[in-house]
Design a protein around this ligand. Structure first.
Ligand code: KG4
Ligand code: ZN
Length: 337
């Protein structure tokens, strides 16, 4: 079974070809092309939706062609098409969805619409077999920060989510404020390397009702205040310490909720996924915490954490394995949230 997936929910144009021997079990990634739009959005310090969708239109054709070529798969051999349906930027989603519909219609093959969060979670299963259930999953990206309890793959229960900014969004905004460019997460990680993570006095934010929800807007405001009070600048000597401290507090705040989640439910394993899961400090703290609890922990490799079509293909294979009757539905629509 060969699947071609397209992902255009935000600012990466991505296409992937995966092969699965039987159903959804251990598919092989034949290609996973990700074309970033970072350079286009960097001057604005964040994604400009209109520019994103226009760029997807320009790139999609070449990215899909490249995924077929690198995967050494002619279009006629594809058995199944998959596409991110939402949530995401509506204009961006529609580019991928329309393109995928066109391919499926032309080939007379089924098309599966995939939820973006389901795809991020599926990234963990793509590389790891036999994850014990229930699994407590922390999904951290630029648009989402959520804690899910998974009873099985594709079966998630929301335990908590951010009430304001996503963790990645907070990193992006602080980087923007300091004039460090976009996306903020990787820049903060790079420039904060070697800095003292205890140098700046951040306090871990807590929601008043002790729920499993997250909140990052207070942390972002505290960061902006510290930047002003301590005269932190892009070229100043305090930058590495400040960035390391901010990264550390974001990671600690994420892990605090995870810890509370573990206390409240009987999870048998832990998953970390989403773009921010690329972060080395967060990965390390997550692994240390899991070891402390004696729980097996699963994190996708970095390239499968940020938006990519391989995770969409993997989720589609799993959906298709459970519902092989799914056909192309030309009325399939994108959803922004
Ligand atoms: O999952 P993703 O690619 O897109 C969304 O679904 O939002 O995540 C993008 C987010 C951005 O906020 C970016 O700053 C963050 O992931 N990110 C990182 C790193 N790489 C990407 N954050 C921290 N450290 C990184 N190395
Ligand atoms: Zn994403």
């Amino acid at each position: 079974m060969l699947v071609l997936a397209i992902e255009t929910s935000c600012d990466e144009t991505s296409a992937a070809v995966l092969r699965a021997a039987d159903g959804a079990s251990s598919p092989e990634i034949l290609s996973n092309i990700v074309l970033s739009q970072d350079e286009i959005h960097a001057p604005y310090g964040g994604v400009v939706p209109e520019l994103a969708s226009r760029q997807h239109i320009r790139s999609i054709d070449a990215v899909v062609a490249e995924s077929l070529e690198r995967g050494a798969t002619p279009l006629g051999d594809i058995d199944l098409y998959a596409v991110t349906q939402g949530p995401g930027l509506i204009g961006s989603l529609l580019v991928g969805l329309s393109f995928a519909k066109g391919l499926a219609y032309y080939s007379g093959k089924p098309l599966i619409g995939v939820d973006h969060l389901a795809a991020h979670l599926e990234a963990a299963f793509l590389e790891h077999q036999g994850i014990p259930f229930p699994a407590l999953a922390l999904l951290v990206s630029g648009g989402h920060t959520s804690l899910f309890l998974l009873e099985a793959p594709l079966s998630r229960r929301l335990l908590g989510r951010t009430r304001d900014d996503a963790a990645g969004e907070a990193l992006d905004k602080v980087a923007k404020f300091l004039g460090l460019g976009y996306p903020g997460g990787p820049v903060i990680e790079r420039l904060g390397r070697g800095g003292d993570p205890k140098a700046f006095p951040f306090a871990v934010p807590r929601t008043k009702d002790r729920s499993l929800d997250f909140s990052f807007s207070g942390l972002k405001t505290a960061a902006l205040r510290l930047i002003r009070d301590h005269g932190v600048t892009r070229d100043g000597p305090a930058l590495p310490d400040f960035l390391a401290s901010f990264e550390e507090i974001v990671a600690r705040s994420l892990l605090d909720n995870l810890r509370q989640g573990v206390d409240e439910c009987r999870a048998r394993s832990l998953i970390l996924c989403g773009g921010v899961a690329r972060n080395a400090r967060l990965r390390k703290m997550f692994a240390e915490y899991a070891a402390e609890e004696g729980l097996p922990a699963f994190v996708p490799s970095p390239r499968l954490c940020t938006d990519n079509a391989a995770m969409v293909a993997a989720a589609a294979l799993r959906i298709f394995a459970g519902r092989p009757e799914i056909a192309l539905d030309l009325a399939l629509d994108a959803y922004p949230r």
